[in-house]
Design a protein around this ligand. Structure first.
Ligand code: GLC
Length: 551
């Protein structure tokens, strides 16, 4: 079936074409039909470009391949599957959660070695994403569909912390199915932040929900789910929380600390890269699924405008490479008016020492945070990988992110992929920034710990940028330890050599992340589910100097 049929794609109206006044015309363009002839591997990244087309990523689904011809993983591929694969599938299935007989998600961890369950016996929205991708890649979409519908129902609940009501669109961080064996009933309790440690609301949950809805649609070719009034409303509610006009002077999303995977205080309040990249990806995913009827059209218009501004802001102000670092190092401060070069009044003295040594001549990354007189120079794995997957990064920037990873392999990957952020905070800084958090000590947990789950995002970024050899190196490291160590949640230490001090064993997203990475390497056409192509008509803002030879 590969390349066999005609597939419809949306009109090629990129953001650069669609200036804000022209949107109505752009939306009314007829859909084109293009023939898909060559395999994924043959096509270059720029050739894959379809722009910020409304239906980008849905109608150009590789579904013929993904659903009909893709081998159900491991058992049916041409080369020997690693023995860890079978074990991982078993463990993943053991973590499945059922509600009234239907699978609706996977538990965060099934660790029988500890009594300290905390909330790891719940289905976390963000944790379920790699599980969902594994099931989709294996041709088992039902659990994903039930999960999407169940969480959508939960979104409709009234959410309160003490006497304060949260926005209607907020999606839960996690939920738990309570089974009453006597009455034989199932009930659900959900956590929107009102029970979470530190009472943090999960800003990322809604974005992951939209991204997953697109992955489901793209993988199955089933448009009926995303087109239901319920799903359309769900997307609009999530986005209306972020697209409302207010006091903001930046298109980035202002967040509290701990509102994403890093769900404890780690100095990521403000404009954290993880949220900005997910926000961008969710906006683009929603754009491909929203129907331009009634308030849908208004929402689409807002999304298009925001994407314009957000990509400009991120590509210019969050991007750091040797050249930019040197520019910031020489910045003047206290500049007033529109002519200011140092727009956010970043003080060169605030550049930490480590970054000068860390930054190679070749390579770059999106920094952790940018705000008034504030630049967090830390490197964060998730934000940079999602920037590649969503094409928030230009093709040049994507390559530079991969170059940096290769250059700084010891620091960022070490012996266990992948550092959640680099470097860690220590001493006085740790005390001030984390509030003396004993779980986030240096090189542990969120503070420079190594998280196997991030392997799937790294692998997806490698596949998208055509550099699978990097992912293979990382997979080899995982295969040498993860199973032996009983699939821990995270590792500690500068090289990630030690199983994390408080890490759960049999952490589901460590297991699912490994499966997704393996299946992506086996069949790179799966990448379409979780990747959006660069808008080829949109001129990159940042020009890198002459291209470097491939390593
Ligand atoms: C921890 C992680 C969070 C994850 C949860 C469940 O709280 O910080 O990202 O979702 O565990 O695994």
């Amino acid at each position: 079936m590969e390349g066999g049929g005609l597939i419809a794609v949306g009109s090629h109206c990129s953001l650069s074409e669609m200036d804000d006044l022209d949107l109505t015309r752009a939306l009314d363009k007829p859909r084109l039909k293009i023939e898909r002839k060559r395999s994924f591997d043959e096509r270059s990244m720029s050739e894959l470009s379809t722009g910020y087309s409304r239906h980008d990523g849905i109608y150009d689904s590789p579904r013929g391949r993904s659903v009909l011809d893709t081998p159900l993983s491991s058992a049916r591929n041409s080369f020997e599957p690693h023995p860890m694969m079978a074990e991982a599938w078993e463990a993943l299935r053991r973590s499945m959660v059922f509600f009234r007989g239907q699978p609706v998600g996977t538990l965060a961890a099934v660790d029988n070695t500890t009594d300290e369950v905390l909330n790891y016996d719940q289905v976390f929205v963000r944790d379920f994403v790699p599980s969902a991708l594994a099931f989709l890649m294996n041709g088992e979409p039902d659990i994903v569909k039930h999960f999407l519908l169940k969480t959508l129902q939960l979104q409709g609940w009234e959410k309160r912390v003490d006497r304060f009501k949260l926005g209607e669109g907020v999606m839960p961080a996690s939920f738990k199915v309570l089974h009453d064996p006597i009455r034989e009933t199932d009930n659900i309790v959900a956590d929107f932040g009102e029970s979470a440690i530190g009472r943090v609301a999960p800003v990322d949950s809604g974005f992951w929900w939209i991204i997953l809805l697109r992955a489901y649609t793209k993988s199955t070719g089933d448009l009926t789910l995303s087109e239901t009034p319920e799903c359309q409303k769900g997307m609009k509610l999530i986005l209306s929380l972020c697209l409302a006009e207010g006091f903001d002077t930046f298109p980035t999303l202002l967040c509290a600390d701990g509102c994403s995977m890093i769900d404890r205080r780690m100095g990521v309040y403000g404009y954290p890269i993880e949220i900005q990249a997910l926000f961008f990806m969710a906006l683009r995913s929603a754009l491909s699924m929203l129907k331009p009827d009634g308030d849908g059209r208004e929402c689409i218009e807002k999304i298009v405008k925001r994407l314009h501004a957000l990509s400009f802001h991120m590509r210019n102000y969050f991007w750091l490479d040797h050249q930019n670092l040197n520019d910031i190092y020489r910045f003047k401060t206290e500049e007033y008016s529109h002519t200011a070069v140092n727009k956010f009044n970043v003080m060169p003295d605030s550049i930490p020492e480590w970054v000068f040594d860390f930054m190679p001549l070749r390579g770059g990354y999106f920094v952790g945070n940018v705000g008034p007189a504030h630049m967090d120079f830390r490197w964060f794995a998730l934000g940079n990988c999602v920037s590649i997957l969503s094409s928030l990064a230009t093709p040049d920037q994507s390559m530079a992110i991969m170059d940096l990873l290769e250059h700084r392999w010891a620091e960022l990957v070490g012996e266990m992929p992948l550092k959640i952020c680099y470097p860690c905070l220590e001493g006085h800084e740790w005390r001030i920034v984390t509030g003396c958090d004993p779980k986030n000590t240096r090189w542990s947990y969120h503070n420079g710990g190594s998280w196997p789950v991030l392997l799937w995002q790294l692998t997806a970024a490698c596949v998208k940028t055509g550099r699978p050899q990097i992912a293979r190196r990382a997979v080899d490291l995982i295969e040498s330890r993860l199973h032996r160590d009983c699939w821990p949640e995270y590792y500690d230490g500068k090289l990630g050599r030690y199983v994390g001090k408080q890490a759960r064993k049999y952490q589901t997203w460590s297991i699912a992340g490994y499966l997704v990475a393996k299946m992506l390497l086996e069949d790179p056409s799966h990448i379409g589910m979780i990747s959006l192509e660069e808008d080829k008509l949109m001129k990159p803002v940042i020009k890198r100097s002459a291209s470097w030879p491939q390593l």
